[in-house]
Design a protein around this ligand. Structure first.
Ligand SMILES: Cc1cc2nc3c(=O)[nH]c(=O)nc-3n(C[C@H](O)[C@H](O)[C@H](O)COP(=O)(O)O)c2cc1C
Length: 338
């Protein structure tokens, strides 16, 4: 499968690994991103929380693993300018921005010759992004896993954004987990797909075995969109979609109280070698260095989780989705001729 987006980004397949804030414990972020880039897609590493030296190391790590294009994801409301400068100095050529207005930051990245991608939640935001120089718009639907910027479902959002910014390329995010979803996104006018939840079940993702087990067992009804349940630190008052778990169940049973009044707020539910004690409601996903009550922690996942059935190398995920999308589109084409 090839779209004009592939030429712009220098990739072979219009499948993008959604940035997944790099799990602790080494180069899991670069390893997963490099695997997707090596498979012909675009790997992204999220470095919006990283210290400047870590940004340099992570970019060098991914470079040592692939000579193919990759992108860096930065959050617009968190020390973005210094981190952007570090990325650009390290030679990053594609920058993905999210959680805010890119009007001040996108032109800086453009001036340094980078390609800029911006995640949006509406056609109006998409227009603002393009007007300040953004090259690629990522339309994130409400089905998405992890932190969710807007409230509109992918099916309605993508064509609205496509119409608002044409001919600027749009990538569809949220609920796309297989080739049928990819074919549908292309039918809506997207030039590529941006996939998070399916890659949580990749062999390269550094998540706890229990999180993986829950991902594989979950159906499309097992996630919940939360305004601010797993709240704090960099994610205060930030909506997110997670797998339902015991923390969610106890909070619902208590009548969904606000932060400050939730059951067991001071419970230490887990401990991590890198972070120390972890309290209930902390927005930290279970990675491999965490021990304790894993089922109490937020397991970010989108509604497409019902389509995630096995752990696979990231390369296989890219190839399988690409091949299935081609099969679906061929079948639809033959229906038209019938
Ligand atoms: C575990 C997890 C972590 C995420 N971290 C980030 C992030 O750091 N930056 C970002 O722009 N999006 C992040 N997202 C959201 C993705 O970019 C994307 O919009 C979403 O995964 C797409 O929907 P899907 O999960 O249904 O594929 C994250 C998603 C997940 C599941």
């Amino acid at each position: 499968m090839r779209t004009p987006l592939c030429d712009l980004l220098g990739i072979k397949v219009p499948i993008v690994l959604a940035p997944i804030i790099a799990p602790v414990g080494g180069p899991a972020g670069p390893r997963l991103a490099a695997a997707v880039s090596e498979a012909g897609g675009l790997g992204i590493i999220a470095l919006w929380l990283a210290e400047i030296e870590v940004i340099q190391t992570r970019i060098r790590d991914i470079r040592s693993l692939t000579a193919k294009p990759f992108a860096i994801n930065l959050r617009l409301d968190l020390g973005v300018v210094a981190r952007l400068e570090a990325c650009l100095e390290e030679g990053a050529r594609i920058i993905s921005l999210f959680w805010g207005d890119p009007s001040d930051v996108a032109p800086r990245a453009k001036a340094a010759g980078a390609i800029v991608m911006q995640t949006v939640r509406s056609s109006r935001e998409a227009r603002v992004a393009v007007d300040c120089g953004v090259d690629v718009v990522v339309a994130q639907g409400w089905e998405a896993g992890g932190h969710v910027w807007g409230n509109v479902a992918t099916m309605a959002l993508v064509p609205a954004v496509v119409d608002a910014v044409a001919p600027v390329p749009v990538i569809a995010a949220g609920g796309i987990a297989d080739g049928r979803g990819m074919a549908a996104a292309l039918a809506l006018g997207a030039e590529g797909v941006w996939i998070g939840t399916r890659f949580l079940a990749s062999a390269e993702a550094n998540f706890h075995a229990r999180y993986r087990e829950r991902l594989l067992a979950a159906s499309e009804t097992d996630t919940i969109y939360l305004e601010n349940l797993f709240d704090g630190g960099p994610w205060t008052d930030a909506p997110a979609r997670v797998l339902r778990n015991k923390t969610v169940a106890e909070w619902e049973a208590a009548g969904r109280p606000r932060p400050g009044q939730r059951p067991g707020e001071n419970d230490i539910v887990a401990v991590s070698a890198s972070r120390g004690d972890i309290k209930r409601y902390t927005p930290v996903a279970p990675v491999t260095d965490i021990e304790g009550d894993i089922d109490a922690l937020p397991m970010w996942a989108g509604q497409g989780v019902g389509l995630v059935r096995k752990i696979q190398p990231a390369t296989d995920i890219v190839r399988e989705i690409d091949a299935e999308a081609q099969t679906v589109l061929t079948r639809l084409g033959s229906l038209m001729r019938a």
